[in-house]
Design a protein around this ligand. Structure first.
Ligand SMILES: Cc1cc2nc3c(=O)[nH]c(=O)nc-3n(C[C@H](O)[C@H](O)[C@H](O)COP(=O)(O)O)c2cc1C
Length: 219
């Protein structure tokens, strides 16, 4: 498939697509920020407010943790993993040589955004639209993923590197307790961000022809 150069009416479209292309996973991160904490907060808040949700149910809940507060997330994960080692569920050698260094690398970053879904808040709408009842939970997760992507994109647009992690349910209880969060907030993902210390890894792409089709296109 050959793509001809597209002319967009709005230059912001080109900028947006360039950002989409340049967003990557960065694991090498340090505790420095190219922007103010206020600017980070604005990115996260705007994503909470403006990312759509099915029936405008607004099910996403987000917690922004910076510096020492961010480090606590990864201390919780390290201590939870140590518990698994002590219980014989994870080999000590694997923990010491792979898991712990990885968790310490997340800890060395500047911040973590915790993304939650409040499934309990869907109870009234599930009752009202019973025919869709089984769709609302997946819709809520899809909306949450949209926020995750937007925050990832915007933080990297501002010079951060970021990676997306999933340590739930291992860390859920301590996360809820440490920041006194409502019990109905169900953790989905953790976006770790900081100043990049190394490049993103190689990335390969399956042929786009196998993944995309267009019909009815004018020349
Ligand atoms: C839904 C989703 C879940 C992911 N979960 C993890 C994860 O738990 N740990 C991790 O290191 N990377 C995770 N990633 C990152 C992917 O591995 C990564 O985005 C993918 O390999 C493409 O690389 P790129 O982000 O550099 O484009 C996840 C990405 C997505 C979209």
């Amino acid at each position: 498939m050959t793509f001809t150069k597209s002319e967009f009416k709005n230059p912001a479209t080109t900028t947006l697509l360039e950002l989409v292309k340049s967003r990557r996973t960065y694991y090498g991160l340090k505790a420095e920020s190219p922007i103010s904490d206020n600017a980070i907060e604005r990115i996260v808040q705007d994503s909470v407010l403006h990312v759509p949700s099915s029936f405008n149910t607004q099910t996403s809940r987000v917690v922004l943790l910076l510096k020492e507060e961010h480090e606590k997330v990864w201390d919780i994960a390290i201590s939870a993993m140590e518990g698994l080692v002590a219980a014989g569920h994870v080999p000590k050698e694997q923990f010491e040589t792979a898991t712990k260094p990885k968790l310490n690398a997340f800890r060395a970053a500047y911040g973590t955004v915790l993304f939650f879904v409040d499934y309990e808040s869907l109870a009234p709408i599930k009752e009202k639209f019973a025919i869709y009842a089984d769709k609302f939970d997946p819709f809520a997760l899809e909306s949450n993923a949209m926020s995750q992507y937007l925050v990832w994109l915007a933080l990297e647009s501002e010079g951060f590197g970021a990676n997306l992690q999933h340590y739930s349910p291992l860390i859920d209880e301590q996360i809820t307790k440490t920041w006194n969060l409502p019990a109905s907030w169900k953790l989905d993902a953790q976006l770790v961000f900081g100043a990049p210390t190394s490049d993103a890894g190689e990335k390969t792409f399956a042929p786009v022809e196998d993944r995309f089709k267009v019909f009815g296109k004018s020349a």
